[in-house]
Each structure stands twice: as structure tokens, then as C-alpha cells.
Ligand binder design. Sequence first.
Ligand code: SF4
Length: 751
Amino acid sequence: MASEIRKSICWGCWMQCGALAHVNQGKVVKLTGDPEFYTKGFFCDRGARFAEHLYHPDRLNYPLKRKGERGESKWERISWDQALEEVTAKLSELKGRYGAETLATTCGTGRGHQETFKERFLHLFGSPNHANAGQFCRIETREIDYAIYGADIVAMKPKVAESEGCIVIWAHNPKESVPVEYHEYRNLKKKGGVKFIVIDPKRTEIVDELADIWLPIRPATDAALALGWLNIIINEELHDKEFVEKWCFGFDQLKKRVQEYPPEEVSKITWVPKEKIIESARMFAKAKPYTNIPWGVKTDMQGRNVTSIIHAIAILRAMTGSINVSGGSPLSGPCLKANGGPDFNSIDLLSPEQRAKQLGIDRHKFWTFPGYDLISQAMRPYWSGKMCSSYMPGCHIPDVWRAILDQDPYPIKALIVGGNNPLMAFANTPQVYRALKSSNLEFFAVVEQWMTPSAVLADYVLPATNWLEMPLLHFGTYTGAQDFVAAAEQVVPPLFERRPDYYFWQGLGMRLGQEKYWRQSLEKEWEWCIKPLLDELNMESFEEFAQRQQFWFPPFEEKYHEKIEPNIGRPKGFGTPTGKIEFYSTILDKLGYDPLPHYKEPLETPVSQPELSKEYPLILITGSRFRPFHHSEHRQLPSARKLYPDPTVEIHPDTAREMGIEEGEWTMIETTWGKIKQRARFSTRIDPRMVDAQHSWWFPEEIPDDPILYRAFESNTNMLTTDRDEYCDPPTGAMRLSPYLCRVYPAKKYY
Ligand code: SF4
């Protein structure tokens, strides 16, 4: 019997490629790219594995309640009704005893806009404590861009430079992380004309395939490099003077600041030859206005300097006048045709008293409510009252573990985790483990697709669908930050008793007095979300949009900021407090942080701690993406494990020889914070002074019971990291996941 084809949208990463599900007798047998979708038929090997994911025998299929001690892996199957009733009762009791702030939630990349339902529930419950991985991945970039531009850069560009211009791939390897973007760059490279600069400590494959210039940077010195580029561009007057004068705020202060970063000094800091720094800065600036620096995750996970790196990169885009230029760096605000942001997540309903209790609000003011409030005050009037507030403001993640263990500043007694594996995702795994195991934590639930090391420690585990089993809506990226809408109906009904995350949050909300804020089904929620667009298109329902149109982009408006705003009779400008792009950030200034980007040598580097580096002579990089895995996901899939049966640490053969390590051998990787083991993988792509250890490894084929937890502590790079405040970025609290000083040696000697 011939296959039937049903359309969907992949959620294997946040790029949302159009998918065709080939369905035979009700079963998804194959997934391919949809040529009619805006991703033009592209589909990667991660997305293609979701049929295997859908039917895997280890997927969670029924709600589970703990029977034995936490971590004993003894479970009782219960009904969804029983689970929701019992969770409701427990949350009510704890709220009565400790206040609503006693509940915290966590999330990772999550499962699309469903994350916003979690926020809605939490805000209506009365807690400000959403600990989300956006604090060191993507969302703090978005928040800084909001402060500087009053908008976000468009990660999925409506049009990239076709035949000229310069794209800087900074701290980013799209071939492994977001292949659809890489695919686009490959096509541009083939056409010729566009220059590529790759900034990466490693000579990755994209260096060979794309780079006109490669800057092999010392890890975590990106802010210095960006400031060095600005020094050259400003002093050589290569910037777009007219744009900067008219549309940017704080040029004179910036000019003074960048004098501290001459190329020879920056070369010493970054280990990049001075000539290359100068040549690349000129190449970038001379391509104006067709320049783009897409987001790269590694800028976000360096701890100290994160705000400065992102701020400096934002300034670089503006210096070339590329902002809102097609083929340059288009900006986008919240989707104006959707009910997103505060309308969706009810953040405005959280009382001032509860907002003030947000964990981390005293130290990381930019990431928490004070920063959000200043950004929101500037942006909302600009974007017709709309604002994207998904994932922001967040609480400071390490403070959740402290509030569980030390009950300071108040006790966190309840934790709900969804779309996240905290033992793998967050710095300082031993501390996360202590918190999840603590008897202070009176309630712990996980909504998941699989049993994970973190879920083993829970009281309740609720089974979640994957993207093929539910109706999908995207308005912008999953963070809702960009202006487009895409939708798809479910390909197959949820298998067994799996449910979309929505079902859990709505079920709790309905039982806890939040009835008027929830609709009766996920389809109805999506319909409400895109009601403004449906009205404009004369469509009745979410289903009609998904069937007839599937996606919608607003027309791209060149130089949007120059458009005359009828209400004020002058150009729109930008959604910031000054109405300009803020080189000098008035928001950072108001919050008591440096309003200009700077570089401060991080702790634990060969420069800041030369004595320590004699004992730990190598620089450890972690967090590099490797397909088809996505963070800690997909370790269960046999086809993926065939490619990577074991975790590997990439090491230069010369370094390995010096350390007495053989190819493929198990090695210990040790920092001052802990040690793990991974297999040595020889590569001349890595600098002999560095090693690159794969992140988020656990072994679903192993024993789940605590303390083994699928060998969660054995090869997990977050055993090597710390979440101490002096390692975090002060404004955002971004944790340092990479780099660290380390030593590597054969495991057999000591293990
Ligand atoms: S890049 Fe791959 S995993 Fe990501 S959305 Fe596209 S097909 Fe899915």
C-alpha cells in the first residue's frame, strides 16, 4: 500500500524545517524535507531520526508515581487524572506553607511554544522562579540585543547577501548544530561573491569549506577580539558614518573605550596574529552594508564577559550600517499578528511582591525582572504594545539549588522539570544532584519523553509527546522573537498515554483556579494565538491555516527604522530608551553595570592563573555540537549510537603522545572541579594546547538506579564545571560551561 504524506514541522532543533511524514497504515515510516516549506526541502539526519524516536520501545508511555525511595527506580503506573489530582494537592499544600515562590520550574531547549504554557502556569500560580537554560544559551543574547537594538537579530534571515557581503561565523558550527543554516551558506559559497570569516579555536570542517579567513581564537577571549575589530574599524574610519551618526547612541564613549584594545594588545590576549585581526576587520567593514554575524552558542556559555561579547557583536553589525538591510542584518520584534509574550504567559499578572522575590534579582539584575522591566518599557510602545517575554526574565539557575539545600533566601520545596535534564544541562552536576536528592525538596515532577538520570530522582514522571504526535504552532523562533507564523496538525495521534506538555500545565491550571486563562485544547490555544492573523487572512481556524497556508511571513521592510511613524510624525527609530542603537547602553548603566563592552581576563586561564596552568596545562573546550545528538537527547537511538557509541575527547596527536595517550583509549579529563572519562579521538583540527570534550553524555542502556543513574556522572562535562558566582557573568548570571583548565591522562592508570 502506497504511503500517505502528511505535513509537519521538525523540532529536532530550533530551526523548524518543513517535514513530510510518510505514513503507511497509520505508521510513520520515513521523514523527508518539505520542498513547499520555506526551508525548501532541506532535512537533516537528526530530523530524519524522529520516526525511530516515535516508536522506540523505551519511550515513556504512562504516568508514573514513585513507589520506593527517590532514585530506587520503583514505579507505579497511575492515570493522568490521579497524577494531576495529586500534584495539585501537593502544590496547594506547599504554597500554603511556604508561599508560591517555593515552586521553581526548569527547562532546556524544550518542546517549542509549549514552554510558554509552563510560564503561564507558573506566573498564575504566583512564582517568579523559572530557571531556564536560556540563561546561557540564546535567550541572554536576545535580551542584550533587545537592550541595544530594541529588537532581535533575525536568525532565520528572509534573504541573505546573494552575491556580495561578508558573513562572520562566530563561535558557531552550523554544520553540526543547525544544518539548515550551513546548507544555506554552502549554496552561497558555491555561487561565490560572499566572504566568510570563521572565528573558532578549532579548524572545524566549515573552516575548510567556507572560510576566506579563519581566526583561531583563544577560548573565551571573544570580547577582546570584537573590541579589537571595533578599534580598527573606528580608527581607520571604515564604519558607516552617516548611519552611526544618525542612528547610534554613545559613539564618542565607545571610541574612547576601544583605544584600550589596539590590535597588538588584542593579538596577545586572543593568540590570533595581529595581521589576521586587521585583515579580517577590514574585510568585514568593507563589505558594508551587507554584513551579518549570526548567533553562535559559544558566545553565551563563557560566564564572565558574556554581556560584553554580545554587546560588542551587536555594535559591529551596526557599525557597518547593515541593520534592517536586506542581505545585511535584519531585525525583528515580536510577531505582530500573534497573541504572544505577556498575553500568552500572563507575566503581567505576577504581583510586584512576588516579582521582588525572584532568585538572583539582587545580583544579576539584567537577566531578572529589573532588566526585563527596563527593556519592556522601551520596547512595548515601539512594537504596538507587544513584547516577547518567553524565557525572560528568568531566575538565576544556581540559586535554585542553593534555595533547596540551604533554604536561603527562602525554601524551594517544589520543582517541576519539563524538556530538560538538569543533571546534564547545568554547571556543577554534583550540586544539582545534591539538590534533587535533598529531603528539603518535598515535591519533584518531570514531564519527559524518556526516563532520564534526572527523572529517575522524581516523585512523578509524566509522558510527553514528540512533535509528530501533536499540533504545532511557531510564531517566530520557539522563543517567539521573530515575526512569522508556521503551523501543522498532528501527524499521528499521541501513542499510548503520552500527552503534549500543554495537557499537564492546563490540567494543573484548571484545578488551581486558573480556569479563565486556559482554553479547552491545544488547537484552541493555537487558534487564539494567531487570531489576528486568521482575521486578516479570513480564516476560521488553526486547522484551516495549517492545511491551506502553513506558514506566513510579513513583507520585509527595508530600513524599517526610517519609516515615518504617523503618531509622532518622525521616523520610528529603534525600541530602546534613546530611540537609537545603544553603543552606550542606558539600560546596563541604570542597572549599575558597565554601559560599554569590555574584556576582563576570566578566572582559570593560562593568563590569569599561570601557576595553576602548570598543573592543568590544557584548555578544555566543551559544548561543541555534534550531530545527530542534540544536547543530552537521542542517546537511546541505535542508529545515532552507531555513529558515536562512546563519548570522545578530541585531542591533537602530538599532545596525546606527550600524555602517553593512544587513539581510542579511555582517558581521564580532570579540572579543579572534578574528573570524567571519555575516549581519545585524535585530530589535527584541534590546537595542541586544547582538548574538546563532548557534552551531555549519559548511557540509557545502563542501570537507572541511584547512584548509577545511567552513569550520569562518568562522562558528563558538567562534572568539570562550577556555578560559583565569580565565574558567572554579572549582568546575566550566565554560567561558565566552557572553557576550563584541565589535564588529560590515560584512564587505565588511575581508574
Ligand atoms: S536542522 Fe535538522 S533537526 Fe533542526 S529542524 Fe531542521 S531537520 Fe530538524
